[in-house]
Write a protein that binds this ligand. Structure first.
Ligand code: S3P
Length: 430
């Protein structure tokens, strides 16, 4: 366990930083490149632990992948050339890897077993197992398919029409990828729009995929053609510095080349609603994934209500939004976010527990939390609980907390933002 000593900043954050590549897009670039025929080049790849685990799983399936920092070359031979792995596929901490990979493996002609770390072992897998079984998949796991390890004996699948019981891009993507290998048409109906990176990137690989309202359909037996993928900075990583820039007095920072896919920009909407001085510059809307530079200044924030359709657009940002809310005048209510309980940790309980140690006033509810601002935070011994986003949120909290903070299990941050403390030091002028 790594214990990181952190302290309050003497002055504001300033300067420009590059945000590392988007995690969701990086995973998909590796997976789809591995399914395609030909050489796929990826730039801006996120070399965080989660995405490196995706690379190692696909190498075990016989795909030639050369990774050098943020550059990756995948020499794909086509879906039909993936091979039965000799060992258990280990996804580490990555929910995206296990769920999307299961969708792919369900339709291939071999046996495989997938597992991950202690956090993955507690996360619900029935949400993918149920629809994949409806497509004819032979997939199982502990407690009737509820939990890992998962075993898959790939076979012929058939298309289904499936209404998602929860708004989840991972479940949608697992079904669409199985649909790609299946006979007939597969349609997924979303209760709310979730991130659409799978749809955009499959299209870039030459696959025809159609959206009509909240329905997404794919025809089976299509082939992917290799392409070049440019991964923008991850708005979910940028979020920590967007909030830091707003709550650390006298800050003014610019985050360069951040993805602004509208299915991900809930954090920008919320910060603007809270009164943050935030501007997007140099927008490029033409790219497969739109991006921009984002500038933010220290701001007086006020509480807001967050719920409904915006939740999937900011689900990963709720821990850092909760920190922003502790510094806002009035009360912030977050609701319709029960999904937080099944992320890398139970993020409702852990956010409240850890920020309370620093003096925050947070009530937990069944589907969110109620945060009473504006509180002066104080240094404390806090713990990431192995959750990268909790770790980063607590590190940002330490920059405004009186006295010293010890962050236990700080190594979890490497899952999505290996250079996080370097970025923080750069902006703090150290
Ligand atoms: C992701 C989807 C979201 C998100 C996760 C990444 C993806 O999960 O929380 O960090 O890459 O599709 P759910 O689909 O479970 O909501």
């Amino acid at each position: 366990m790594t214990r990181k000593k952190l302290s309050k900043l003497e002055h504001g954050l300033s300067g420009t930083i590059h945000i590392p590549g988007d995690k969701s897009i990086s995973h998909r670039a590796i997976m789809f490149g591995a399914l395609a025929k030909g050489k796929t080049s990826v730039t801006g790849f996120l070399p965080g632990e989660d995405c490196l685990n995706t690379i190692s799983c696909f190498r075990q399936l016989g795909v030639d992948i050369v990774q050098n920092g943020t550059q990756v070359e995948i020499n794909g031979l086509g879906i039909e050339h993936l091979q039965e792995p000799k060992e258990v596929l280990d996804v580490g901490n990555s929910g995206t890897t296990i769920r999307l990979l299961s969708g792919i493996l369900a339709g291939l002609g071999f046996y495989s077993c997938i597992q991950g770390d202690a956090s993955i072992a507690k996360r619900p897998m029935k949400r993918i197992v149920d629809p994949l079984r409806l497509m004819g998949a032979n997939i199982d796991g502990r407690q009737g398919g509820m939990y890992t390890p998962l075993t898959v004996r790939g076979q012929n699948l058939h298309g289904i029409q499936y209404e998602l019981p929860v708004a989840s891009a991972q479940v949608k993507s697992a079904i669409l990828l199985a649909g790609l290998l299946a006979d007939g048409t597969t349609t997924v109906i979303e209760p709310e729009r979730t991130r659409d990176h799978t749809e955009r990137m499959l299209h870039a690989f030459g696959v025809s995929i159609n959206r009509s309202g909240n329905n997404v359909s794919i025809e089976g037996k299509q082939h992917l053609t290799a392409t070049s993928i440019e991964v923008p900075g991850d708005i979910s990583s940028a979020a920590f510095f967007l909030v830091a820039g707003a709550i650390v007095p006298q800050s003014q920072i610019t985050l360069h080349h951040v993805g602004i896919n509208p299915t991900r920009t809930g954090i920008i909407d919320v910060l603007l609603n809270m009164g943050a001085t935030l501007t997007t510059l140099n927008q490029n809307e033409e790219a497969m994934e739109p991006y921009a530079d984002i500038q933010v200044k220290a701001s007086s924030l006020h509480g807001v209500e967050i719920g409904g359709e915006i939740i999937p657009r900011l689900i990963d940002e709720i821990p850092i939004i909760a920190l922003a809310a502790t510094q806002a005048e009035g009360t912030t209510v977050i609701k319709d976010a029960a999904e937080l309980k099944v992320k890398e940790t139970n993020r409702i309980d852990i956010v409240a527990q850890e920020l309370s140690k620093m003096g925050a006033h947070i009530e937990t509810t069944e589907d969110g939390m109620i945060i009473h601002g504006n509180t002066k935070l104080k240094g404390a011994i806090v713990n990431s609980h192995g959750d990268h986003r909790i770790g980063m949120m607590l590190a940002i909290a330490s920059t405004i907390a009186e006295g010293e903070t010890i962050l236990e299990n700080s190594e979890a941050i490497d899952v999505s933002y290996p250079g996080f403390f370097g970025s923080l030091s750069e902006l703090a002028g150290h």
